[in-house]
Ligand binder design. Structure first.
Ligand code: 26Q
Length: 781
């Protein structure tokens, strides 16, 4: 099937555009290459994926942060080399498609995890299909204007969407209060490495029942005539750019219900085509994984469909739901646990509300039977006052609740969800996150991939534990030198890339210290900023003498309405400006905040890092997955004991990483009496850096952003205590750790040895392992 790939591309180009490889434009070439690959896959891949033998796992997610599809698909189809030949034979660069937009249908970790899972499912021969929303606009694009974040729309389909296939025949109708829309599936193949297994990602698009009401048009009601189109378009118009919650947004609930209902109707229809009205095989045919609470409305919807359309009793429908659904929790932060007001819920999907009430009643009955009575029941209420608690619903009406790293699961069990753990201990389990080594090593770092394959063969591509075999070389100087040379190449490449995109020159001989992730107070980019300023002042006043030149690289998007996060971006950009303009230090210190950090940018940044910054307040980052990407590409972690950092260090050795700061237990202890103002007043170094927020060192353009950050640290706000993420508590130990990294870097080989050992021990963090764990312990495929 792959024999004629090159010829097919050439023929399609000729037919569709009348061009050859040499003369084709990027988009023409892109469409031709994608089309030829799609032809090799076959138009019926979605039918095969839907009707695969055995139990099928459905991954319901409001987000799939796929990134650029073309290279990954070519790699997994085994067509990458043919593609490369075709380009070089015709004098073209294989990087032509770097102009093609990312499919950024996700915010961050949760969405990227879904994408890695799909890759691992297909590669491991598991039937794992993804279901979500075909947003017209993905996560906004970011640029800086005078150091401030600005947003523009992400029109990711403007060059076409050659990797999807519309499946009109599978259209379903989704009902809302007062109107209904069609849900039309767009299916993309999810190609397992080697091309043996092909799953699908089915993204639903909302369309009006009737495109245009001619009756209204004839009555001259022109706006009403097109009104259905407008209403339908709104549902899939844009991904919500918030990665905590967007409390009480009607359209967000509409989106959630839209894709949850469409998916269930689709799955049930496929089931009935096989088994008719007998639902006794349903739970052995399907496992449905809820990616956070975003698709949890699928639970009452499932019960509704079973009762109204299949005439099942409530008790049977609930039992089936429990057998079929499983829920993944991605955060313990209280403000991020989704709740919908009853009035809003009823305003959007009144026909579903009564099934929520039934769930609440069933819960109370079960609580009573289990001996939980009176006031003690309230902490479990799905309907609590005027709010519907989606996480509680998900735990109650499913058989599995999992956290995404061991420490996170432990916190769920012992703290955040302890009352539920007491009730249903057997439902709780951990599934430590992972990343796909196909995208994050084989594609993103071909030089390192080649080096590894040269040493231990290419088995690591589908079995990342093989990396352990590299440990035999950890004291081999020649090997470490080769490894060091590759890091140098990746740093030089990144430096060129940053120059092209940002117009800023970075010396590739500097230490590359990188923090890339969404901008959040709990992730503590502001702590990183403070530490840089403290080092800056230390260099200036002679307190710090020996210092290896370092560039601190940031990449992060702030939710457009998150004032503080935007203030932190501006602050870091101001620091960058100050340092650049200071000839006393600018030969050893540099700061850059890159614009529009996304999956494709991550593919450039990750391989070039010497130091991976993972500095969230202990107990706040559920797992993190960026930390794993850096480890796999041979960086040391400078981080706190939080999320998957704990497991990374357990695998690679504390001596090969830089752990600092308060641990969960420490924070528990100091919580009550924590007094950041005392730290500020008693330590002149802390005072000096914090004061830069208000003493005129920097200009926030009269937005009041910096003053507000200052106040949040020292006075707090109506909704939180001062410095609620313990920046001042951790600042000095953090700088100490940074300086230890810096000192250790002087011995190049000793430092690379640490990096090397990290890479060699990254096997556990393959999403192949995670997916196998879900398959065996949750989905029972
Ligand atoms: C909810 C309601 C309304 C609008 C938006 C949202 C929303 C959207 C996205 C809430 C949360 C998210 C995303 C959360 C997320 O990415 N969490 C991260 O998940 C990763 C994968 O498990 C973890 O590694 C990270 O630690 C966690 O922060």
């Amino acid at each position: 099937m792959t024999k004629g790939f090159k010829q097919n591309v050439t023929e399609i180009l000729k037919l569709d555009y009348g061009k050859d490889i040499r003369t084709a434009g990027t988009v023409e070439l892109y469409n031709a290459v994608s089309k030829a690959a799609m032809a090799a896959i076959g138009r019926d891949f979605n039918e095969k994926a839907k009707n695969a033998e055995g139990k099928k796992a459905c991954y319901l997610s409001a987000e799939f942060l796929i990134g650029r599809m073309v290279y990954n698909n070519l790699l997994n189809l085994g067509l990458f080399n043919q593609f490369g030949e075709l380009m070089t034979e015709n004098g073209r660069d294989i990087r032509v498609f770097e102009e093609i937009e990312d499919a950024a249908l996700g915010n961050g970790g949760l969405g990227r995890l879904a994408a890695c899972f799909l890759d691992s499912g297909a590669t491991n021969g598991i039937t794992l299909n993804g279901y979500g929303i075909r947003y017209k606009y993905g996560l906004f694009k970011q640029y800086f204007e005078n150091g401030f974040q600005r947003e523009t729309a992400d029109d990711w389909m403007k060059m076409g969407d050659p990797w999807s296939q519309r499946a009109d025949a599978d259209t379903v109708v989704v009902e809302f209060k007062g109107h209904a829309v069609k849900a039309v599936p767009y299916d993309s193949p999810v190609i397992g490495y080697g091309g043996k297994k092909i799953n699908m990602l089915r993204l639903w698009q909302a369309e009006p029942m009737e495109k245009f009401h001619f009756d209204l048009f004839n009555e001259q009601k022109y706006d009403k005539a097109a009104g259905d189109q407008v209403e339908a378009d709104a549902i899939c118009a844009v991904l919500y750019p918030n990665d905590t919650t967007d409390a009480g947004k009607k359209l967000r609930l509409k989106q959630q219900y839209f894709f949850s209902s469409a998916t269930l109707q689709d799955v049930i229809r496929t089931y009935k085509a096989k088994y008719g009205d007998n639902f006794s095989h349903f739970a052995s045919e399907y496992a449905i994984q809820l990616n956070d609470t975003h698709p949890t409305v699928a639970i009452p919807e499932f019960i509704r469909l079973m009762m109204e359309r299949e005439h099942m009793t409530f008790a049977k429908a609930l039992k089936l739901a429990k057998e079929t659904f499983a829920y993944t929790n991605h955060t313990i932060m209280a403000e991020a646990l989704e709740k919908w007001s009853i009035s809003l819920f009823k305003a959007v999907i009144p026909h579903v509300y009564k099934y929520v009430v039934m769930l609440q009643k069933a819960l109370v009955k079960e609580l009573t039977a289990m001996g939980v009575e009176g006031k003690n029941q309230e902490q479990y209420f799905i309907i609590d006052g005027n709010l519907i608690h989606m996480a509680r619903m998900a735990i109650f009406a499913s058989h599995s609740t999992n956290g995404v790293a061991q420490i996170h699961t432990d916190i769920l069990k012992n703290d955040a969800l302890k009352e539920w753990y007491a009730l249903y201990p057997e439902r709780f389990n951990n599934k430590t996150n992972g990343i796909t080594q196909r995208r994050w090593l084989a594609l993103a770092n071909m030089e390192l991939a080649g080096f590894i394959t040269d040493k231990i063969g290419n088995g690591w591509i589908t079995n990342l534990d093989n990396l352990k075999k590299l440990e035999q070389y950890k004291d081999d100087e020649a090997v470490l030198r080769q490894f060091n040379d590759i890091k140098k190449i990746k740093k030089r490449q990144l430096s060129d890339y940053i120059f092209e995109r940002e117009g800023v020159r970075i010396n590739p001989d500097f230490i590359f210290d990188i923090q890339v992730k969404r901008l959040h107070e709990y992730k503590r980019q502001l702590l990183n900023a403070f530490s840089i300023l403290d080092i800056y002042f230390g260099l200036k006043d002679g307190r710090i003498k020996d210092f290896r030149p370092t560039v601190f690289i940031f990449g992060a998007k702030a939710a457009p309405g998150y004032f503080r996060a935007k203030g932190i971006i501006k602050y870091i950009n101001e620091i960058a400006k100050l340092i650049d303009a200071d000839p006393e230090v600018n030969d050893k210190l540099k700061v850059i905040f890159v614009q529009n950090y996304n999956v494709s940018y991550a593919e450039k940044l990750t391989p070039a890092a010497d130091v991976s910054e993972q500095i969230s307040t202990a107990g706040t980052e559920a797992s993190g997955t960026g930390n794993m990407k850096f480890m796999l590409n041979g960086a040391v972690t400078l981080g706190t004991y939080d999320g998957a950092n704990v497991e990374i260090v357990a695998e690679a050795g504390e001596e090969n990483n830089y752990i600092f700061g308060a641990r969960v237990e420490d924070i528990e202890k100091i919580k009550k009496s924590y007094n950041p103002k005392k730290l500020y007043k008693s330590n002149p170094r802390i005072k000096k850096v914090v004061d830069t927020l208000v003493d005129g060192t920097f200009d926030d353009g009269e937005t009041g952003m910096f003053k507000e950050l200052y106040t949040s640290l020292l006075e707090g706000a109506s909704w939180h205590k001062p410095d609620h993420y313990y920046l001042l508590e951790d600042l000095i130990p953090y700088v100490d750790a940074k300086l230890r990294v810096n000192a250790d870097y002087a011995d190049t080989l000793a430092f690379r040895r640490k990096c090397f050992i990290n890479m060699a021990n990254a096997g556990k963090f393959s999403s192949d392992r995670t997916i196998r764990d879900y398959t065996e312990e949750v989905w029972k495929l």
